[in-house]
Design a protein around this ligand. Structure first.
Ligand SMILES: [Zn+2]
Length: 700
C-alpha cells in the first residue's frame, strides 16, 4: 500500500519555518531541526506541539498566498507556478510527520488533533483551488506556455497546476460553479452515508453459535477468536461476524453448509433490504451526480474525467483491458470450477456448488494438492535474515548499501533507522523501519515519507522514508518469524521505498511516489517477483535453528500453490472492475434497479448462478465510499505492468545490473516528471502486454 495523505499534490524548505518567522523556541516544530540530516526531532516533540505549529504554518501560508495573488507584478512561471509549489512544502512536511504518527503511534489526543486539523487543511487547500485571482494568474502563465522556454519538468508542473484548478471547476461560469460546489458537496455526503450504512449493516449481524457441533471444521485459532468475541459481549458460546477475518474463516472452514449459506446471505445482502440502511437509492444518486459533475466540466462520463489523469487514459482502454483478460482467464476459471465440483462430489457433496461452497471445497482441495501450513514455513523466514536478504538484493541490483544509524531520533524505541548510500558512496536517503504491532498502530503495512525528495537552487534534498509493518514480535525464546506472504509484503513496501530512494526530480509534487494511481504499484509489485525465484528464495529461507535450507519439495509446493484457482481469482476481480466501469461510463441518468444494472454489467465474469436477494454494488465500498471510482481495474493493471517489466529481468537474468540500472533511470528516479507510458516504454522497449501475467498466473 502507498498512503497518500492529502489529495492536493502541490508541494519546501528543510525547515518548516523560514528565518523571518517569529520563533517560538519552546516548540521544536517551529525552529530549525538541529538533528543529524535535519531529521524529525521525535525525541523533542510532544503532542501539544502539533496544533500550534499547524496554525502558525497555515497562517503564514495564507499571508503568502495573499501576497502572491495581490501582487501587481506580471504573472510569471517563477512568481506564480513555482511560488505556489513551494508555498505548500512546509505544510506538506508537517502533515506527513503528524499523519504518520497518527497511523503508527496514535493516542486519543492525537486523534482529537487530527479531527481539528483536517478541516483546517481542507479549507486551506480549497482557498487555493477556488481562488479566482490566483487562477487568473495561473491561466495567464498557462496561456503563454509556448513562449516561456520551459524545460520538461517545468512544463509538466505548469500543466499539472493549471489542470488541478480546471478539474476543480475554476474555468466554469459563476452559475455552473455554484452547481459544481453543490454537486461535490452532495457527493461527499452521499459517500459518507454509503459508508455509514455499510458499517452499520456489517456490525449489526452476528452468528451466535451455542452448539459445539456447529463449529465442526473450524481450526482452533478461529473458534478461540469467536469465543473471545462472544465473551466481550457477555455471551455464552461463539460469535461470528461479517468482519473479514471472522467471515472469511467461517466460509473457508465450517462444515455446516446451512450456516455457511446464512452468513453468506447476510454478507451479500448488506444494505439491500429496502429499509433505512438501504444503499440502492444512494448509489443511483452518486452515479447520477458524478455524471452531472463530469458533464459540467465537459466530459462525456465520470470515467472519462477520472481516467484523463491515469495511465490508462480512456474508458475504452480500460474496458478492452478487462475483456481481454477475461478471455484468457474464464476458461481456466470454468476448469477450476469443474475440478472443485468433482472433488466435492467425490467427498460426499450431492449438490451443484453454490457461492457459499466455493471457499470451503477449494481450501480442502488445496490442502490435498499442496500439503503445507504457515507453521511449517515460518521457521525458515527469520526477520533479521529476510531484512538482510532484501538489502542484499537491492545491493546486487543497484549497488546500494544500508547502514544503521542509532543517532537519528525515533518516535518509538522499536523503530530502526538506516542511512542508504549509493554505489559511489554518496548519501541517498534515510529509511525508518517500524516492524511490530502495537495498540497505538493501525494494522497492515505502508510506506510514507517524512520528507520527500526535491532539488532547490542546485541542492538535492534527499528523502526521509518511513516503512511501517506489523510482523510478529520476537519473544525471549523465539525470534520474529515471517510467513511467506509477509516476506512478499516486506518486498512490496520496500519497492515503494526504492521509488523514493532513487528519486531525482526538481519538484516535490512530481518526485518519488507522487505518480498516477495505476502506476504507483509497479515499483512495489515488481519486487514481489523475486519471492517467486528459487535462486533468491534459497538465500532467504534458512531454518533459524538448524541453519538448513528449506527442503526443495516444500519450496516447490509454496510456489506451485500461488496459482491455485488463479483463474477464478482473476474473473472475480475482473467482475468488480466491470461493475465499476459500468456505473461510471453511463451517459444518461440511471433509474433502473441496482440488481438489474449490475447483473448485466458483471454477467461476462460470472460462473455461479445469481443468488436472488443479494447485491454486490450495495456493499462495494471501494467505488462508492472510497476513492476507487473508475479505478478498480488498477489492481489488475498494475499486475500486468509488474509481470511485463519483470519479464525483462527473466530474460536478462534476475540479478542483471544493466536491467536494474535502466529500471532505476527510467522509472524509479523519474517520479511523474513525464507521462508513465513514456517512461515505461523507455525501460521495456514497448508498451506492456498481458502475456507475462497470463504466463505467470498459469492461465495457459
Ligand atoms: Zn503498494
Amino acid at each position: 500500500m502507498k498512503t497518500i495523505y492529502t489529495n492536493l499534490m502541490l508541494t519546501v524548505s528543510l525547515l518548516l519555518f523560514s528565518c523571518s518567522d517569529k520563533l517560538n523556541t519552546d516548540n521544536p516544530l517551529m525552529i530549525e531541526f538541529d538533528t543529524p540530516l535535519q531529521s524529525v526531532p521525535f525525541n523533542k516533540i510532544n503532542t501539544s506541539h502539533y496544533k500550534p505549529a499547524f496554525e502558525a504554518l497555515l497562517r503564514s501560508a495564507g499571508e503568502e498566498l495573499q501576497h502572491l495573488t495581490g501582487s501587481g507584478e506580471k504573472a510569471t512561471f517563477s512568481n506564480t507556478i513555482e511560488a505556489l509549489e513551494y508555498l505548500n512544502y512546509p505544510i506538506q512536511r508537517l502533515s506527513s510527520v503528524f499523519f504518520n504518527i497518527n497511523s503508527a503511534a496514535t493516542s486519543k489526543e492525537i486523534q482529537q488533533i487530527a479531527q481539528e486539523i483536517s478541516p483546517m487543511l481542507t479549507e486551506y487547500y480549497n482557498d487555493i483551488t477556488l481562488n479566482d485571482l490566483l487562477f487568473k494568474r495561473v491561466k495567464e502563465v498557462y496561456d503563454h506556455r509556448n513562449n516561456l522556454q520551459l524545460n520538461r519538468e517545468q512544463q509538466r508542473l505548469l500543466e499539472d497546476t493549471y489542470k488541478s484548478f480546471v478539474r476543480n471547476g475554476a474555468n466554469l461560469t459563476e452559475q455552473d460553479k455554484d452547481e459544481f460546489r453543490k454537486v461535490t458537496g452532495l457527493l461527499s455526503k452521499l459517500s459518507l452515508q454509503f459508508e455509514e450504512h455499510l458499517l452499520d449493516e456489517t456490525n449489526s449481524y452476528q452468528l451466535h453459535i451455542l452448539n459445539e457441533k456447529d463449529l465442526s471444521g473450524l481450526p482452533e485459532y478461529v473458534t478461540e477468536a469467536a469465543r473471545m468475541e462472544a465473551k466481550a459481549k457477555n455471551l455464552e458460546g461463539w460469535l461470528f461476524t461479517l468482519k473479514a477475518p471472522s467471515y472469511q474463516a467461517f466460509m473457508k472452514f465450517a462444515d455446516n453448509r446451512n450456516l455457511r449459506k446464512d452468513i453468506f446471505m447476510a454478507y451479500s445482502s448488506r444494505c439491500f433490504h429496502s429499509d433505512d440502511k438501504d444503499n440502492q437509492e444512494v448509489i443511483r444518486q452518486i452515479v447520477n451526480l458524478r455524471l452531472r459533475m463530469a458533464n459540467l466540466l465537459g466530459y462525456k462520463s465520470y470515467a472519462d474525467y477520472v481516467l484523463e489523469e491515469r495511465m490508462a487514459e480512456t474508458p475504452e482502454t480500460v474496458n478492452d483491458f478487462l475483456h481481454n483478460l477475461l478471455e484468457y482467464s474464464k476458461p481456466s476459471a470454468l476448469k477450476e470450477y469443474q475440478e472443485v465440483q468433482e472433488y466435492a462430489s467425490r467427498n460426499g457433496a450431492e449438490f451443484k456448488l453454490q457461492k457459499w461452497d466455493w471457499a470451503y471445497y477449494s481450501e480442502k482441495l488445496k490442502n490435498e494438492k499442496f500439503s503445507f501450513t504457515d507453521e511449517m514455513i515460518k521457521p525458515y523466514f527469520r526477520l533479521e535474515n529476510v531484512e538482510k536478504s532484501i538489502f542484499d538484493l537491492a545491493n546486487k541490483l543497484y549497488g546500494i548499501k544500508f547502514t544503521e544509524d542509532q543517532s537519528i531520533p525515533v518516535y518509538h524505541p522499536e523503530v530502526k533507522v538506516y542511512r542508504v548510500f549509493d554505489d559511489d558512496g554518496s548519501f541517498l536517503a534515510l529509511l525508518y523501519i517500524d516492524y511490530f504491532p502495537r495498540e497505538s498502530k493501525q494494522g497492515g503495512a505502508w510506506m510514507t515519507n517524512y520528507l520527500e525528495q526535491y532539488i532547490m537552487k542546485g541542492d538535492d534534498v534527499r528523502p526521509h522514508i518511513s516503512l511501517v509493518l506489523n510482523f510478529t514480535k520476537p519473544t525471549e525464546t523465539m525470534p520474529s518469524l515471517l510467513t511467506y506472504d509477509e516476506v512478499r509484503t516486506f518486498l512490496h513496501e520496500f519497492g515503494h521505498s526504492l521509488h523514493s530512494i532513487f528519486s531525482k526530480c526538481t519538484y516535490m509534487s512530481q518526485s518519488g511516489t507522487n505518480v498516477y494511481r495505476d502506476f504507483v504499484e509497479l515499483p512495489s509489485q515488481i519486487m514481489e517477483n523475486w519471492a517467486e525465484q528459487k535462486e533468491w528464495l534459497n538465500e532467504v529461507a534458512i531454518h533459524y535453528e538448524t541453519g538448513e535450507q528449506m527442503p526443495a519439495v516444500l519450496l516447490e509446493n509454496i510456489l506451485k500453490s500461488r496459482n491455485f484457482n488463479s483463474g477464478y481469482a482473476f474473473i472475480r476481480q475482473l467482475g468488480f472492475g466491470l461493475n465499476d466501469m459500468a456505473w461510471h461510463t453511463i451517459t444518461d441518468t440511471v433509474n433502473k434497479s441496482v440488481s438489474e444494472f449490475e447483473m448485466t454489467a458483471m454477467e461476462p465474469a460470472e460462473i455461479f448462478p445469481v443468488v436472488p436477494g443479494t447485491s454486490f454494488s450495495t456493499g462495494f465500498h471501494h467505488i462508492f465510499g472510497g476513492g476507487y471510482a473508475a479505478g478498480y481495474y488498477g489492481y489488475k493493471w498494475a499486475e500486468v505492468l509488474d509481470a511485463d517489466a519483470f519479464s525483462l529481468f527473466l530474460e536478462k537474468g534476475i540479478f542483471d545490473k544493466e536491467t536494474a540500472l535502466s529500471f532505476r533511470e527510467n522509472i524509479l528516479s523519474k517520479g511523474s516528471t513525464e507521462k508513465p507510458m513514456a517512461l515505461y516504454k523507455r525501460f521495456r522497449g514497448h508498451e506492456p502486454t498481458v502475456e507475462p501475467l497470463i504466463e505467470r498466473s498459469g492461465l495457459r
